[in-house]
Design a protein around this ligand. Sequence first.
Ligand code: CDP
Length: 790
Amino acid sequence: MAVDEISVGGLGARVKRVEDDRFIRGKGNYTDDFKLPGMLHMEILRSPYAHARIVSVDTTKAWAIPGVHLVLTGELMAQRNLAWMPTLSYDTQAVLATDKVRFQGQEVAAVVADDPYIAKDACEAIEVVYDPLPAIVNPSQSLAEGAPLIRDDKDGQTDNICYRWEVGDRAMTDRVFERAERVVKLDCFYPRSHPSPIECCGSIADFNPATGKLTIYMTTQAPHIIRTAVALVAELPEHMIRIIAPDIGGGFGNKVPVYPGYVISTLASILVGRPVKWIEDKTGNLISTGFARDMYFHGELAIDHRGKIQGLRIDVDTDNGAFFSDAQPTKFKVGLLHSAFACYDIPYGHLTSQGHYTNKAPGGVAYRCSFRVTEAMFFQERLIAAAAQDIGMDPAEFRRINFVREFPWRTTYGMLLDSGDYDKCLTLALEKLGYPELRRQQAEARKSGRYIGIGISTMTEPLGAGNSREFDIIGIKMFDSAELRVHPSGKAVLKIGSKTQGQGHETTFAQIVTHELGIPSTDILVHHGDTDNTPFGMGTYASRSTPTAGAATSMASRKVRAKARKLAAHLLEVAEDDLDWELGRFYVRDAPQRGATIQECALAAYTNMPDGLEPGLENHAYYDPPNMTWPFAAYLCAVEIDPETGVWEVLKFVAVDDCGVRINPMIVEGQIMGGLAEAFAMSNMQFITFDSSGNCIGANYMDYLLPTAWETPNWELHEVVTPCPHHPIGAKGIGECACVGGPAAFVNAVVDAISHLGVRNIDMPVFSGRVWEAITQQRDVAGYPPLPGH
Ligand code: CDP
């Protein structure tokens, strides 16, 4: 008899997350929990200025403090050729500043001491003389005549542009716009935000002078890439480097880049010959580590009299901060921004983008999104909403007549969609929201001065980079891996190249093995995050784990099953071809009662294998996805605004997600709820900005708010399933969909509520003050200074 898939924790089972047991009991092991014998502590001195020349750095007093073992400056780093490091986007970044500081919070010096308090005191004893320079805090200033050159360290750099990029058919798009019946335009700004994981970044570097082996415990989402990067930067042999990413208290893209603190603590450990721990504080994390978004959009749609979109033009300015240091696929300078409008059938489109250096901390991190997809989908859904408003068409209907309906489909910017049923998702969402009735209530409410609004956001998002033909980071192709070993007793260990940061991989990846082999998920242990103990993988970000490492897990399991078939044939004394498989068991086709379970095959692999068959039951797979997966979502939100104050509240929120086959529906729902909470916070709670001197405003949790259960509305979740045609189990990514598609639903709802007053746009965060301004002034509220030429 086949085992019952749900009862053994296979595909579709709502298995409770196995990792939560240790987290709830306070038994998680985060980087800061490790205490190594002889360990010293490191603190970093950061720049108070956003832009200043360094005149001198005097460390005399710091060295004199008892308990100080090492004081590092840019000059000392430079002597070892480590003052600068390459970034994951082919730029360079200062490890410790030598010539200038280029953002507030930049690393200037570091102290290693017996404890963190001595190290902090010693940092304060370092005397740095700065010569302040004018700070550039937005692209408008970076383009201005006579703007100071931020990256004067780079040969040949004569302006503050860090890249220009374009995609699409410019000539044909221009022709479409020349003949367009109607052109609708929108300018809007997606402000800076910060992933702000609860656990800050940190590392413990442990160089063993006797063996020459370097072990680094660190908060990284991508341990294997870090190992390669450390090998290149520090010129150490890769096999003598071990990166251990233990439990991670949230990543959200913030823990992908290589931060100076990692490099400095590594050099410090090599110099002092003892383990060196560096743990960032919250303000350090908020002001200096990877920010996200900060994009200025200018876009237009050419629309015919039926409401069919004929052309799309987008121009984007991105504020990248002082160093272009987030990870991007080499070919795509603005990540997957060109996934914008993928779910809409648009014959011609063209997209241009320029990246700007500014005196802000590095930006552009893929905060819970597939590179720049969040920004792409936000602008897409804001422009779609504005267009429907301008042409006087119902926004649901406008989407419907423009949805892609045939698959495979090449999008206007050249991406390949392989599956989806967009209409079905939107129809279900409209039905669950009670759309026609709400529209009636909205019209009725307006008569008595009440403002009710309905926001729609529909999007498909590419998740699971590669394929390796198109996707690499610093030349390393994007694929992922899994290694499965079944022990004689039928219990198994799965090692994966991805790295969980709270998404539940230890649970869901075991469920994939269960689905393939019938081994109960409770009999499978999942290892991740240790480069000495897992196969090479590109790590976890961009919701790529299930599409890539998840697929590799299936493929490795299937290889194991193929070997188990040989063992079953031997045990049952029949030919392999005479066997059929049902979950957990091979059986003789003509005599189904005669069978061998996967556990019996495992035992035979070590105790009773046929002559000529290699012992053991294990295999691995490196999975290079043929395409990304394309989940789809329809997020619908109803709000009511208080006309007197601009305060708005969510009346109802409906989310319909299609992430293909769901491995663990409960975990998927958790991912959607978490993503929506972040989207809600971004839309109206979070503001992390910079004053004209480049001081970061919002550098603590008093000012930069995290949503709690108190503020967060209720979410009503529904599902549609269109399996991914190329993923072995039909799964698509889901981790970030709600964070990507959610913000536009809230903003669209607020704007819709007051659209009859002539309001078309309010930039995020949609604070009550901005809404009140829009109501009282009866106009749009922009959140940024205008850029030249727009
Ligand atoms: O890469 P990341 O883990 O952040 O994102 P993901 O691959 O979309 O997965 C997030 C969590 O949802 C993981 O635990 C997945 O295995 C699970 N998941 C699922 O159960 N079913 C899916 N179709 C997709 C993800």
